[in-house]
Design a protein around this ligand. Structure first.
Ligand code: DAH
Length: 343
């Protein structure tokens, strides 16, 4: 047996052993390259054929071809076997099962009212202001002409912060959870001069029992416009436009005389929408408003008689309840998806 024959026979034996041990497709590819590839063992042997004596060429050539064909066939068979194994192993997919639904979240109804409110006021040139939920008595009451003996300042109405946790400020008084968004008016006027056009939206707190129409936490929108020669007509026009944009172009607004310490004159805002009129309910009370009281201008350090302005405040839950005919304020905080899904 010539050296080349020996080489070929041992390559065949080696390849057969490797093939038997091969269990994965990438290893099979490597194996194929090693023996049958362009610079593989068998190809190298075939190249040497040319150098052999004439009489040996046919025999060894035949042998080399046999080996090559046998290996090619064996590798192809192994490939079929491995591919079948891959297809039937691993996780099986039952294409007849119904699809799994992806639940896409959306904004909470109160957030939707927030965003629509801001959008309408932005169009009228209002900026959005913000204030702390933990307020002090001065910003929440004193600066708003609400004296120490006013019922709103009662411990029974208001959540005061434990003085051990936040000691009262000598000038600003005790700390408390804000009872309304009106202190943002004070904070805004103290940091900038008119013209001012702002809305402030946020959470407020009062010691209310939780029932269908009361909650110890709720949200308000506050509006403030201060400039020279601002009138009640501006106030009414702005409020009316806002509700018409938010609710219905046919919405009517009515002002009823009222009292708030920080406005003079003061009004309660009533609304009438076609939706409610159709159900025989004419006016719904929604919030308060008025012309900023001169004592408030004084508290924030504005010069006497230079400016006039108006302010309003109303409850966001109230508004959402009107928009979607919701009859229980507790639904907004219970976070029951059967409720939230509807918006
Ligand atoms: N702060 C009042 C409340 O909590 C609402 C309010 C009334 C706000 C009149 C105002 C206003 O800005 O001018 O009920």
């Amino acid at each position: 047996m010539t050296e080349l024959e020996q080489q070929l026979q041992s390559a065949r034996a080696e390849a057969e052993a490797a093939l038997a041990a091969c269990a994965e497709l990438p290893a099979l590819d490597q194996l194929k390259a090693k023996y049958l590839g362009r610079s593989g063992t068998v190809s190298a042997a075939l190249e040497q054929l040319g150098k052999l004596p004439k009489e040996e060429k046919p025999r060894i050539g035949k042998l080399a071809n046999e080996i090559k064909n046998a290996m090619t066939a064996a590798i192809a068979a192994k490939r079929d076997e491995l591919e079948a194994k891959v297809a039937t192993s691993g996780p099986t997919i039952d294409t007849t099962l119904p699809g799994r639904r992806h639940h896409i979240g959306h904004l909470h109804p109160l957030t939707q009212v927030f965003e629509r409110t801001v959008e309408v006021f932005r169009r009228m040139g209002f900026a959005v202001e913000d204030g702390p939920e933990i307020e002090d008595e001065w910003h929440c009451f004193d600066a708003l002409n609400t004296p120490a003996n006013h019922p709103a300042r009662d411990m029974q109405d208001t959540f005061y912060i434990d003085p051990k946790a936040m000691p009262p400020d000598p000038q600003l008084g005790r700390y408390l959870l804000r009872t309304h968004t009106s202190p943002v008016q004070v904070r805004t006027m103290m940091k900038q001069k008119p013209p001012i056009r702002i809305v402030a939206l946020g959470r407020c707190f009062r010691r209310d029992e939780l029932d269908a129409t009361h909650s110890p936490t709720f949200h308000q929108v506050e509006g403030l416009h201060v400039d020279k020669n601002v009138t009640v007509a501006d106030l009414k026009g702005t409020v009316e436009f806002f509700f018409q944009q938010l609710l219905d172009p046919e919405t009517k607004v009515r002002f009823r005389p009222h009292f708030f310490p920080y406005t003079e004159p003061s009004f309660e805002i009533d609304l009438s929408t076609p939706h409610f009129r159709a159900r025989g309910k004419e006016w719904i009370e929604l919030g308060g408003c008025g012309m900023v009281d001169p004592t408030v201008f004084k508290a924030v350090g504005y010069p006497d008689d230079e400016y006039t302005g108006w302010a309003f405040g109303f409850g966001i839950e109230r508004l959402a309840m009107i928009m979607w005919s919701i009859n229980d304020i507790r639904l907004f905080t219970e976070n029951d998806v059967r409720f939230l899904e509807q918006f």
